[in-house]
Ligand binder design. Sequence first.
Ligand SMILES: O=C(O)c1ccccc1NCC(=O)[C@H](O)[C@H](O)COP(=O)(O)O
Length: 265
Amino acid sequence: MNILDKIIEQKKIEVAERKAKKSIEELKQSEFFGRETLSLKQFLLDEDRTGIIAEFKRKSPSKGMINGTADVVEVTSAYRANGASCLSVLTDEIFFGGSTEDLIKARVNNIPILRKDFIIDEYQIVEAKSMGADVILLIAACLTPEEVKRLAAFAKSLSLEVLLELHDEEELQHICNETEIVGVNNRNLKTFIVDIERSIAMSKKIPADKIKVAESGISSIENINIFKQNGFRGFLIGENFMKEADPSKAFATFVSQLKNQSTRT
Ligand SMILES: O=C(O)c1ccccc1NCC(=O)[C@H](O)[C@H](O)COP(=O)(O)O
């Protein structure tokens, strides 16, 4: 069984357990459930922002422990203060060391937040809204096109936006009217092989009216420039900042290089 299959098996168990503990009606009582959500689409189209979706990621199946000491409020606040367009917060505990608490704490920041998890059920979408997220991730590799359409429509009904994640050409059929933001993951989630060229190859095949996001393995300003030249508006980056002892400083340095570079061109 590959890692993605293992994660999904575990998700099914967790979701069933959480449903038994807390009903949808109870989730809706959260102070965040009624808040007006922020639009990732608008933040990515804003030319004055960096387009970076900055991820808070403690560990991962491909790298093991990345950062066991970083403070979620400190790091996400620095991401926001230095120009992140969106925060991505892992809420999966077992494989990524994240939590619902992390996302709730990151909500001190007034920019869109992506609930980074493996969504297979409407219940998790209600949870996302109840913890203060603005955007959910739907991964084509673990859903059918029909499931994507159904879950995306449900998210939309709660005023949440959807980042649809693809990896290869076969998954292009998952794109639908309900998915306006389409990401290409440069990391194959089954083999962990990262290939930046994935995004470039896929960019030409994604319909022009979709907002494109390049994901994973991004570590240089050159990477971002190539993605921009290929029509990408968003760049999802985690490990490059989180692997440093001071992710806040690493992010600020990266953004300052990005800005210096764009004033010179
Ligand atoms: O990162 C992993 O090892 C991983 C393994 C299995 C499923 C998903 C995985 N990562 C999720 C992501 O998509 C990344 O966290 C995200 O794109 C940021 O990537 P990076 O900048 O390379 O940390």
